[in-house]
Design a protein around this ligand. Structure first.
Ligand SMILES: Nc1ncnc2c1ncn2[C@@H]1O[C@H](COP(=O)(O)OP(=O)(O)O)[C@@H](O)[C@H]1O
Ligand SMILES: [Mg+2]
Length: 410
């Protein structure tokens, strides 16, 4: 049935790391669209964790378009605007060519030059982090003013910005988070800085982060929001075929096997495709077989993909509920998610009934809709307007929820 070959050209498994070269599958249309949007606008690339945002940002950074020079930094674990400034310094000063340009810039202040002269970025870094430096706004403004003299376009890729906003509020204050958001908006809107573009990534809804720090949504309304979708069915099928050829050494693969993998994972997210394909090949080898069957794929899914060793893959989806919601809403959201997982598809009317039963405060349809919007924006569920109902965004998360979080205290 499955013939074996030696196709060394195809993609290998890179589960969790950034896929590069031939391991980075497709996303060409998405990347072209983002570059086109960046001609005039800044972009917020948003999607569920693990859908492939960082992989796309990395591919763009490594293959910049036209005269763009790209600097990428992950702001997820940063705690203050000082950290942000330090990371900007660090990234840019890593680029030798750019440092020589900066030193010659007209707008450079003596203080800034002194810092660059030291050129020990770690020193700047430490000073900034320890808050010893002048106001981070002065430093950063001087820095971006210098960048405006650059005779070309600059793209900053800042990954996980919504988490950074929440971190500032958590470790410092909501006011500081607002200061940063205001400063960031001013930089994006400055006509002097029209050669700079921002591509910001986010795995949690930015609306959520903005609301949590009591900012108004207009603060980010200049971004073009690009929602990253799973692969199309065709790209998903081609990717599974290529993985099986490369990693399983098969020449031909029956369409029924591809069908089985596709229906098992539901939305063709590259990460889940890799996990199930890899576990299926492992299960095939463990069973001493040389061909894949529906039963092997089924077993790999239930025993390994959803098994205890995979518990951590998805645990953050559960854990973050207690971080983002007060205990009352947390309880409501958990009950709603468990019910949605059990039913598969659940109508808005049914969910409203459930919500009214659980809500101990004054229940209202608006509140219920707000809660559903929140979990939709945070990528747990999707809404189907044709049937006015909700279901989990991915089969895997739904099945995982059923396995680990189906027991709810009534
Ligand atoms: N285009 C792709 N080709 C192959 N694997 C991918 C691709 N995009 C994502 N992946 C897989 O998914 C994992 C998560 O991708 P990542 O870009 O880190 O997602 P996100 O930033 O949205 O959380 C990667 O480690 C990789 O295994
Ligand atoms: Mg990422």
């Amino acid at each position: 049935m499955l013939n074996h070959a030696n196709d060394k050209e195809g993609p290998s498994f890179v589960i969790g790391n950034i896929p590069k070269g031939r391991n980075m599958w497709d996303r060409d249309i998405e990347i072209d669209n983002i570059w086109k949007t960046l001609e005039n606008d800044n972009v917020l690339l948003t999607a569920c964790r693990r859908f492939g945002k960082t992989s796309i940002m990395n591919k763009m950074k490594e293959n910049p378009q036209d005269d763009f020079v790209c600097f990428m930094f992950n702001v997820q674990s940063m705690e203050s605007p000082h950290d942000f400034t330090a990371a900007l310094f660090e990234e840019i000063c890593d680029d030798g060519k750019f440092v020589s340009f900066i030193k010659k810039a007209k707008n450079i202040t003596q203080e800034f030059l002194n810092r660059l002269e030291k050129l020990k970025i770690s020193v700047v870094d430490i000073e900034l982090r320890e808050n010893k430096s002048p106001d981070w706004r002065d430093m950063t403004n001087n820095f971006v003013n210098v960048l405006s003299e650059y005779n070309g376009k600059i793209l900053f890729l800042a990954d996980e910005l919504p988490e950074f906003i929440l971190n500032i509020a958590k470790h410092h204050s909501k006011d500081m988070a607002n200061d940063f958001l205001n400063w960031f908006r001013t930089v994006r809107q400055s006509s002097k800085l029209s050669n700079i573009r921002w591509l910001v990534g986010g795995s949690i809804g930015i609306e959520h982060a903005i609301k949590r720090v009591d900012a108004k949504v207009h603060i980010i309304n200049d971004f073009t929001i690009v929602v990253l979708k799973p692969f199309s069915i065709k790209v998903g099928r081609d990717y599974i075929t290529a993985l099986l050829k490369k990693e399983g050494n098969f020449i031909t693969i029956p369409a029924t096997i591809i069908d089985k993998i596709m229906t098992t994972i539901g939305a063709p997210v590259p990460y889940f495709i890799q996990i199930l394909t890899k576990e299926s090949l492992n299960a095939m080898n463990d069973a001493g077989k040389t061909t894949l069957t529906d039963e092997i794929i089924e077993e790999a899914y239930h025993k390994y993909v959803l098994g205890p060793s995979s518990k951590t893959y998805f645990q953050h989806y559960y854990d973050r509920l207690s971080e983002y919601y007060d205990p009352n809403d947390e309880n409501i959201v958990k009950r709603i998610l468990a019910e949605t997982a059990r039913k598969g598809i659940i109508s808005r009317t049914e969910l409203f009934k459930l919500y009214k039963m659980i809500e101990v405060r004054h229940p209202s349809e608006t509140r219920s809709n707000d809660i559903m919007s929140d979990i939709q924006n945070d990528f747990y569920v999707e809404y189907d307007h044709k049937t006015d109902s909700y279901n989990f965004l991915t089969n895997i998360l739904k099945d995982w929820w059923l396995r680990y979080h189906n027991i709810i205290e009534e």
